[in-house]
Design a protein around this ligand. Structure first.
Ligand code: SAH
Length: 391
């Protein structure tokens, strides 16, 4: 790295090299967008022309979900922050350029309270100690804030006094949850959960629909760009009100619920049971009756649909970074939807999956990159595919 670039990087963020989360910190935002456009072009332009990436007007502090690990320095000082990339060494951070400012303030307050209440922090080496992580989720439209205290023990010393102080400092917090994680694991959240204050979840509004978000369920972390992403996905589906739609890897049901207003029927499937529970509630909150959600592996689910000779006109698919498996893709081809809208957070696996679909009768019609994660090297894409020949 040139000296100039290193200087620029340290000026913006003092811990960026240690943290490693923002791989593009040394680029201006315009350079970042060019970098991402080139990345998508390199991987996907063989299928179709790539539309210009949709960037943010203000690319800072967009993360509405923030988590901090708690621990001690060698000298014994209690710190919180992010893990240094590929390690479990905590890099002390007080604020972060891409995280929600309010969430960072709350985490700092928790750090102070842990010290003043003389609480312990979790030590991964011996599995002892109390506070392990703090997770904050904030509803972009509603302003609701959930604080999840992830602890190594069920017992919570000075619980009431601690909560009172936290709420006194941040009356904007709407709910506090204790999550117990006493396992040797790199997962942040454990199984057990107790609601300590408020309703135990937050709600947010996106694309005119209301969504419930629990501690464990997936929700896009950049709400401004998510509206653009979902808007494109639904536009590409070209719904007329009659279609039978599948929303695969549906999370808390966002895409399916937004699309349901223009569709005949929507079927969502998702592996995480907490997310499915939220999805069903979300359908109710929005008064939507033409939607059903199933807790299943998406590949198994599609195979089941195929074996039962079910029909599907439009398929939305939004898999995790690993992309889809053969079972999913081959069943999708047999179900033969007229259009497939493939939303991806990893153009590499998307490229692999698109090859399969193109080989099996689909044509790529649109490729729209969206910058969901400024300063990181990640890029999201929405791809529209149409069935080439009528079966
Ligand atoms: N469409 C949703 C979620 C996308 S993230 C949204 O926009 O919010 C990908 C989702 O796939 C996650 O909710 C994850 O729990 C789910 N998932 C991961 N592997 C899966 C599988 N094999 N089958 C079904 N869902 C899966």
């Amino acid at each position: 790295m040139s000296q100039n670039k290193t200087q620029k990087q340290t000026r913006l963020c003092p811990v960026s090299r240690k943290c490693g989360g923002c791989q593009l910190m040394n680029m201006s935002y315009e350079e970042q967008l060019r970098f991402k456009q080139a990345k998508v072009k390199k991987l996907l332009s063989g299928f179709h022309k790539v539309l210009p990436i949709r960037g943010m007007d203000d690319p800072f502090h967009y993360r509405n979900k923030v988590q901090a690990a708690f621990g001690r320095t060698r000298g014994g000082e209690i710190i919180s922050g992010v893990y240094q990339s590929s390690t479990h060494n905590i890099v002390k951070t007080d604020s972060c350029l891409i995280e929600d400012k309010k969430a960072d303030e709350i985490i700092l307050t928790v750090r102070k309270l842990v010290k003043s209440f003389k609480l312990t922090v979790y030590d991964e080496r011996n599995g002892r100690g109390f506070l392990r992580h703090v997770l904050v989720k904030r509803g972009f439209t509603t302003g609701e804030i959930m604080v999840v205290l992830v602890t190594g023990t069920t017992a919570f010393p000075s619980k009431n006094a601690f909560l009172n102080k936290l709420l006194e400092s941040h009356p904007e917090i709407t709910t506090i949850v204790q999550n117990i994680n006493n396992k040797y694991t790199s997962m942040v959240l454990g199984e057990g959960e107790t609601v300590l204050f408020g309703k135990g979840y937050i709600e947010d509004v996106l694309c005119g629909c209301r969504f419930r978000i629990s501690p464990k369920s997936f929700y896009q972390i950049n709400p401004v760009q998510t509206e653009i992403l979902y808007g494109k996905a639904v536009e590409y589906a070209q719904l007329t009100g009659k279609e039978r739609v599948i929303d695969a890897y549906c999370g808390i049901g966002t895409i399916g619920i937004i699309a349901s207003k223009g569709a005949g029927e929507v079927i969502g499937c998702e592996l995480n049971p907490d997310a499915v529970r939220d999805a069903k509630i979300n359908a109710k909150i929005n008064g939507i009756e033409n939607i059903g959600f199933y807790c299943a592996d998406a590949g198994e689910f599609m195979l089941g649909m195929k074996e039962q000779g079910e029909k599907c006109d439009i398929l939305f698919m939004d898999p995790p970074r690993a992309g889809s498996d053969k079972k999913f893709l081959s069943s999708a081809v047999t179900l033969s939807p007229e259009r497939i809208v493939y939303i991806s957070c990893n153009p590499e696996t998307q490229q692999r999956d698109l090859y399969y679909l193109v080989k099996n009768g689909y044509k790529v019609k649109k490729i729209q990159p969206v910058d969901m994660f400024p300063f990181t090297a990640h890029v999201e894409t929405v791809v529209l595919m149409c069935r080439d020949v009528k079966k």
